[in-house]
Ligand binder design. Structure first.
Ligand SMILES: Nc1ncnc2c1ncn2[C@@H]1O[C@H](COP(=O)(O)OP(=O)(O)OP(=O)(O)O)[C@@H](O)[C@H]1O
Ligand SMILES: [Mg+2]
Length: 587
């Protein structure tokens, strides 16, 4: 069986590598040598297992043309000073570790022509580099977007020979430039090269063996070594089991709450409520018949949509079908039901189908966000109630989609003023209590600095929020189907400070990367920006203020030539006129 596969594999991979000089399967060390030593290269150019081909371009001529090739790759990789692809090819694993420490985002950087660092490492049998990349957070399942030189050159409006040179520089193996490697993962490259070290490292990092290239090949289809074939077959068989076990371990070590807290500032209570409901569902501690339904309440710009997005990215990683968003202000009229689930036969738009049903059909386990649900027409609410109650939805064509494992999140600004006022009152109360407590601790010489989480009281929920919701939705059964009503509170001083700092850091990184300008600021600047916080716009008001008072000034000074590249700009604030002081640049 395997030998029949082997023959097929040989035919399949024959077109992937260049049919010039045939050499014996290369050991990792000989490949490293191949790049530098022409004599050694000749030694390995003996006919043998017919597994690999090598062009005679590994000659001194090609070696000499390195400088040109490097220049081209610098140009196209989008790095100004150092290029991660060249470090993988020519540098040591230690050098790569150091580079990634300074440039952590480069680890999953996609080259302009489609490939990622992990592909370069795997295709060059650089398993130590591969290990460094994976440890630094490289996604083992990234697929190579490179199709072929001609197509890429046309798409990028570049000379095909430049594309070819770059590809050949980065992919030292003489893969056939005319074959397509599109959709190859690092696992495919390691399998094609029968490199057991790389394969083991990839398996340890949970690489998916089921992913197919655009030509429909899984990594195992490219293997030509019996032992490796058996290893991969075993891995394929147990992959789901291994994956679930690993994920459970990771979740234990790094629970959902912690992940969400890295992205969402404050909203601790909301994060805890949502995380524990999701965990209960994952661990089988909820009824399987109903999907999870949340209602997120709170004023504008405080993280309701952001939290829904983060849940989707936690559950569905990079799968864009894992997050479905419907703006319910577009579903205010009765006839707009059709836009959601499709029209019945004989009606206009029958063939188009509905947005929600089409998206749910693609991923029935998606996180579905119904933004501003209070604006939806009552007929739409009836459909939502059925969806939440039965965990299924039927489209205009009569096709039913089962979605009991989907997560539905509705957001609403209903009662947001009441919630904000109540939260502010609670915070003031807490601040007073904390001051008394701090004074008591200081007297006892005990240090304790932590933010107090504000909880909305049950009495407030029952007596203020519930009546507002009931009055609006008018149906007890609709409210009864919501698993958790989640409260989002206005930001505290500390949280605002963190938001301002993150926003300024974002622009700091951008200025450094794009213009090589270093930005520095002090706490007075943060204080002035916090002063512009508007509870009605939430974090958006901070983002606008940073853009208005800092970024606009920087951009203007840069355009007018007042700030040169490679300079340090100090942002300062004049607070002599109170909190709403002026922000200015010191160049
Ligand atoms: N708690 C938060 N932590 C980090 N970023 C936040 C937070 N809240 C809001 N933001 C940022 O502010 C912007 C708006 O947030 P988001 O879309 O979540 O608002 P929202 O609560 O859904 O408001 P709306 O009711 O207006 O839709 C986003 O860019 C988001 O990243
Ligand atoms: Mg929103």
């Amino acid at each position: 069986m395997f030998y029949r596969n082997l023959n097929l594999t040989y035919l399949r991979i024959k077109h992937l590598v260049q049919p010039k000089i045939i050499c014996r399967q290369l050991s990792v060390r000989s490949i490293k040598y191949q790049n530098y030593s022409n004599t050694h290269c000749k030694k390995i150019h003996v006919t043998g297992d017919y597994l690999f081909h090598n062009t005679n371009t590994t000659s001194t001529g090609r070696f000499l043309s390195w400088k040109w090739l490097l220049a081209i790759s610098f140009l196209y990789a989008g790095y100004d000073s150092q290029n991660i692809f060249d470090i993988i090819n020519q540098g040591s694993a230690e050098e790569l570790t150091k580079f990634l420490k300074d440039n952590p985002k480069a680890v999953n950087k996609i080259h302009l022509f489609g490939w990622a660092p992990i592909h370069v490492a795997a295709s060059n049998n650089k398993y130590e580099h591969l290990a460094v990349l994976l440890k630094s957070g490289a996604d083992p399942d990234l697929s190579d977007g490179f199709s072929n030189c001609i197509y890429v050159a046309r798409k990028r409006n570049i000379n095909p020979s430049d594309v070819l040179s770059t590809r050949e520089t980065h992919f030292m193996h003489n893969f056939n430039a005319n074959a397509t490697f599109q959709g190859f993962t690092a696992f495919h490259y390691a399998a094609l090269l029968n490199n057991i070290e790389s394969l083991k490292i990839l398996m340890d990092h949970g690489a998916d063996p089921h992913l197919k290239s655009v030509t429909g090949h899984k990594p195992i289809d490219l293997v030509t070594d019996l032992t490796i074939y058996e290893l991969l077959a075993d891995y394929e068989k147990n992959f789901e089991l291994i994956k679930n076990k690993k994920e459970a371990e990771i979740r234990k070590k790094f629970p959902l709450e912690l992940r969400l807290k890295q992205k969402i500032i404050g909203q601790e209570n909301a994060i805890n409520v949502v995380s524990s409901a999701i965990r209960r569902k994952e661990n089988g501690w909820t009824d399987d018949e109903h999907p999870l339904v949340f209602l997120f309440l709170g004023s504008s710009g405080i993280g309701k949509t952001e939290l829904a997005k983060q849940i989707a990215s936690y559950l569905h990683k990079n799968n864009k079908d894992g997050f479905i968003r419907l703006d319910m202000s577009e579903y205010q009229e009765k006839h707009e039901v059709a836009k959601m689930i499709g029209s019945p036969p004989g009606y206009i738009g029958y063939d188009d189908g509905g947005y929600l049903t089409k998206q749910l059909a693609k991923n029935p386990n998606a996180v579905v966000l119904f933004d501003e649900v209070e604006k939806a027409h009552t007929d739409i609410l009836t459909i939502l109630l059925q969806l939440f109650d039965e965990g299924r939805i039927t489209d205009g064509k009569g096709k039913t989609i089962e979605c009991k494992n989907a997560i539905f999140v509705m957001t609403s600004n209903l009662a947001s003023n009441e919630i904000a006022d109540h939260a502010l009152e609670l915070r003031n109360e807490q601040r007073q209590n904390k001051l008394i407590e701090d004074r008591r601790l200081t007297d006892k010489k005990i240090e304790k600095h932590e933010e107090v989480v504000t909880f909305i009281s049950k009495k407030f929920k029952d007596q203020i929020v519930k009546p507002i919701l009931k009055k609006h939705f008018r149906r007890d059964e609709f409210l009864g189907r919501i698993n958790e009503v989640v409260y989002f509170l206005p930001f505290s001083e500390m949280e605002l400070k963190t938001i301002v700092q993150r926003e300024l850091q974002y622009w700091q990184e951008l200025a450094l990367k794009k213009h090589n300008i270093k930005i520095e600021w002090d706490s007075a600047v943060e204080h002035v920006i916090i002063g512009a916080y508007d509870v009605n716009y939430g974090a958006r008001s901070i983002k606008h203020e940073v853009e208005r008072s800092v970024v606009a000034q920087l951009a203007k000074a840069h355009e007018n030539g007042l700030i040169k590249n490679n300079t340090v700009v100090k942002i300062e604030a004049d607070t002599t006129k109170g909190d709403h002081g002026n922000i200015f640049l010191k160049i």
